[in-house]
Design a binder for this molecule. Structure first.
Ligand code: GAR
Length: 203
């Protein structure tokens, strides 16, 4: 039976696209059954629509307004509501593919061992939303000669941290630019994420 994937994205969704393509081409024995975006401008939403996958826009903003000055409560209420909605589609795996929101236990406890995150750095290096910029800065400052990509489980609120499912080094060549490095990282991501999902589903 095909696995049911829910994909969460905040940006351009090129990694969502890699998953959709792998499903369509049967390189991944899975279907994307639901996509959630948390930014109105996320091109990921269009990609889901084009693939005929249900997509929902679920921003944190209204929850911040409901609990002014209590971001913890806003986040937990948002996370619980999103967990309920995603639970209804009965996913086998929830994939954070460029998802810029840190889940609390109110979400994660609902899906133990079922949430994976993609991050454009090697384990332990450059957590956060600007990992490629951070690696590029370290290259320029200290001559850092590589960065990488990893896919890991999300057991708790650790930022881009958790049991590693797959990781791959990306070399930074002397003639790389910030732009060419980003292109290399994305190319590795698109393959590694699909492979890691496939391997994890077959475990
Ligand atoms: C990817 O590079 C992903 O690894 C990164 O966001 C980008 C999304 O690209 N995620 C993080 O930085 C998580 N901390 P995409 O929207 O084209 O898939």
């Amino acid at each position: 039976m095909k696995a049911r994937l829910v994909v969460l994205a905040s940006g351009s969704g090129s990694n969502l696209q890699a998953i959709l393509d792998a499903c369509a081409e049967e390189r991944l024995e899975a279907d994307v059954v639901f996509v959630v975006v948390n930014r109105r401008s996320a091109r990921a939403a269009q990609r889901a629509q084009e693939a005929g996958v249900p997509v929902a826009y679920r921003p944190l903003g209204p929850f911040r307004d409901e609990f002014p000055g209590d971001i913890r409560r806003a986040r937990e209420t948002y996370d619980a509501a999103l967990a309920r909605e995603i639970g209804e589609v009965q996913p086998d795996l929830v994939v954070q593919a460029g998802w810029m929101h840190l889940f609390s236990a109110a979400f994660l406890d609902r899906f133990p061992g079922m949430v994976v995150n993609l991050h454009p750095a090697m384990p332990g290096a450059f957590p956060g939303a600007h990992a490629i910029d951070d690696a590029w800065a370290a290259h320029q400052r200290d001559g850092l000669d590589h960065t990488g990509v990893m896919v890991h489980l999300v057991p708790d609120e650790g930022v881009d941290n958790g049991p590693v499912l797959a990781a791959q080094r990306v070399d930074i060549a002397h003639d790389d630019s910030r732009r060419s490095l980003e292109a290399k990282v994305h190319a590795v991501e698109h393959e590694l994420l699909v492979r890691a999902i496939g391997d994890y589903l077959q475990r």
